[in-house]
Write a protein that binds this ligand. Structure first.
Ligand code: UD1
Length: 347
């Protein structure tokens, strides 16, 4: 019988790509999402790619009663927990919203797991827990630095909550995945990143500028201590990232490790600057991008990229896509969105 996985935040950017990979690997998926930063229309895209509509419940993971009812309704073999607020700047403005959403959701899940005999949880963490690295590439043993935003702090606290709970003897195992910078979209262009309002992240801002929705991209600083002066990141293809979640849940379901908690960096191992990424966009889209250099953005890390050896060797997962294909997928998705909008306006 197919194993059933609860995917919280499954209509979101990384969540939706993971649901596709899970369904294609033969898992049955139940999505919960409060649709605070996504739309139920994503389910159509998932269905078109996989031929199967995932079960969807519009639920807020902070609602203990509703989550309890969900755990009673379905027997889950494992959980992949994405549901969280993720905008660094907003978290500075609304810290309590971030602490409530991101901490209470995880606590509810962890409380319900033993009560309903669910043993495995994959948690979405971030390279933000490392702060400004002392050296690059950065591996999982690097020190955790004081968080520079409430958002980053919620990821650190969530990791600690998982460690403390699992080591208290609770019958729960966890894999914590620290993402670097996920970008791109499914090659079918049926699903991708759907930022509401003005994008905060680099790639949606680039593609919206390329499409004429935004007039000009602001590059936040060219006076960093890097070869071209702009910040360096490890941009990881979202489908590659999604596949790591399938491998991670499988690792726990098939009891491939004795460890109660394992942590993996998910990145390519290569750092690329903001200006280099703009160059790649220009190459794959065939159009020059209108951008200007402005002041540094407060709170930005100068440079960070992953040492992904542990994920490569222990998890057996490696990023496959080239940065060109990844940027091309982001551009194709942007064009698909524009076409959809034009079609719906004509109707
Ligand atoms: C941040 C968080 C990360 C979080 C992610 C999702 C940190 C260190 N990182 O990533 O944990 O998961 O947001 O929201 O807190 N840039 C521009 N112009 C723009 C937008 C971005 O130049 O319009 C630059 C930024 O200065 C940065 C790079 O592009 O150097 C990437 O920015 P962004 O996409 O926002 O991701 P991070 O800040 O790296």
């Amino acid at each position: 019988m197919a194993k059933r996985i609860l995917v919280t935040g499954g209509t979101g950017y990384i969540g939706s790509h993971t649901v596709v990979e899970l369904q294609q690997a033969g898992y049955e998926v139940v999505i919960v999402d409060n649709l605070s930063n996504s739309t139920a229309g994503v389910l159509e895209g998932i269905t078109r790619i996989t031929g199967k509509r995932p079960v969807f419940d519009k639920l807020d993971c902070t609602d203990h009663g509703a989550m309890k009812a969900l755990f009673k309704k379905y027997a889950f073999d494992g959980i992949i927990h994405f549901a969280a607020s993720k905008a660094v700047g907003e978290s500075v403005q609304k810290p309590l919203l971030y602490y409530r959403n991101n901490l209470v959701s995880l606590i509810n899940l962890l409380e319900l797991m033993p009560e309903h005999d669910v043993k495995y949880i994959v948690f979405s963490s971030s390279c933000t827990v490392y702060g400004e690295p002392d050296k690059n590439p950065i591996d999982e043993n690097a020190p955790i630095k004081p968080a520079s935003s409430p958002y980053g702090n919620t990821k650190q606290i969530n990791e600690e909550i998982i460690q403390d709970f699992v080591h208290s003897g609770a019958p729960v195992k966890s894999i914590i995945l620290r993402y670097f910078n996920p970008i791109g979209a499914h090659p079918s262009a049926e699903i991708g990143e759907l930022p509401l309002g003005v994008p905060q992240n680099l790639v949606p801002y680039i593609t919206q500028t390329g499409a004429g929705i935004r007039q000009q991209l602001s590059v936040f600083g060219n006076d960093y201590n890097t070869p071209d002066g702009s910040c360096i990141r490890d941009f990881i293809n979202v489908v590659d990232l999604a596949k790591a979640h399938v491998v991670a849940i499988e690792r726990m379901l098939e009891n491939k490790s004795d460890e109660k908690v394992e942590i993996f960096n998910l990145g390519t191992g290569t750092g690329l600057s903001v200006l280099e990424l703009i160059g790649i966009f220009e190459k794959v889209s065939g159009k020059p991008l209108n951008y200007k250099i402005v002041e540094r953005r407060e709170g930005d890390i100068e440079q960070i990229w992953a040492q992904p050896d542990k994920a490569n060797n222990v998890l057996g997962w490696k990023a496959q896509e080239t940065i060109e294909d990844t940027m091309a997928s982001a551009w194709k998705w942007q064009q698909h969105l524009l076409e959809k909008e034009i079609r719906s306006n004509i109707r």
